[in-house]
Design a protein around this ligand. Structure first.
Ligand code: HPA
Length: 273
């Protein structure tokens, strides 16, 4: 049962770190360096935590960090297991449920994406306002003992947290519909045209499974995306994982500053945006 696994993992983590985190953060592709901003970090490798996944993608380390960021107690998942690594949409259920078991009420997640949206270009940050689960897989399928799995996905990306993120940005961040595909191959131009036609703004290979599971658990969710490229066929560039990671790096400083201000504002608000 997922809740028992999460309790076991949380007990293990509590034995290493005294912090009771309020916000859980998932660091996606190229965003790992945000981990350097965590004050007084206690680092617990995923490999040591019961029921945590083993990561396989280059550029993703697997550590849970506990500490404070902008004075806010946080638990940072440094690295995620993607659906494309094993074909299992439940891969991040145990880490996300562990964040909740440790005390988190908010999940801030991040990813890299390709953009179809006008005016959103490589190196830009975007705030997710909704998603399309194009892969049509669910982390709630095949997970025993969930009780009521019929999760309401309206406002999955919390409107109050979005307002706070915009305030933290001090300018208008683009708000985008993220479309989740299994990967690991990039899209064809025809797929991108189809996704654009049904309302997708960004494409990527992560985030949606953990957002669904976080909403199942009742966590409030905010999600940021680093746009690393225009989506397939929209400009002359060919796509690669290395290129994606290199462009994500360009937005790193802005992302770190933004997350720092967001957490400070969230603290000030008493977590009631
Ligand atoms: N497609 C899918 N995933 C991505 C992309 C993309 O264009 N860019 C970064 N992650």
């Amino acid at each position: 049962m997922i809740f028992e696994r999460a309790e076991e993992a949380a007990d293990f983590v509590r034995r290493q770190a005294g912090v009771v985190p309020a916000v859980g953060i998932v660091l996606g592709s190229g965003l790992g360096p945000l981990a350097d901003d965590v004050q007084n970090p206690v680092t617990v490798p995923y490999a040591e935590i019961p029921h945590f996944p083993r990561l396989t993608v280059q550029g993703h380390s697997g550590n849970l960090l506990l500490g404070t960021l902008s004075g806010c107690p946080v638990a940072v998942l440094q690295g995620r297991k993607h659906y494309y690594e094993s074909g299992d949409a439940r891969a991040m259920n145990a880490p996300v449920a562990t964040l909740k078991a440790l005390g988190c009420g908010v999940l801030l997640t991040s990813n890299a994406s390709g953009a179809m949206q006008e005016g959103v270009n490589p190196g830009d940050l975007a705030l997710l306002r909704d998603h399309i689960n194009w892969a049509s897989v669910s982390p709630l399928i095949g997970e025993a003992g969930l009780g009521d799995p019929f999760v309401d996905m309206v406002d999955a990306y919390d409107p109050g947290l979005r307002r706070l993120m915009q305030q933290a940005a001090g300018r208008t961040l683009p708000e985008s519909v993220y479309t989740f595909l299994t990967g690991p191959q990039f899209e064809t131009p025809a797929e991108i045209r189809a996704i654009r036609a049904v309302g997708g703004d960004l494409v990527g290979m992560s985030t949606v499974p953990e957002v669904i599971f976080a909403r199942y658990l009742g966590l409030r969710v905010a999600a940021l995306s680093v746009v690393t490229n225009r989506a397939a066929g929209l400009d002359g560039e060919s796509l690669s994982h290395a290129h994606t990671q290199a462009t994500a790096k360009r937005a790193e400083a802005e992302m770190r500053a933004l997350v720092g201000r967001f957490l400070a504002i969230l603290q000030e608000s008493g977590f009631e945006p």
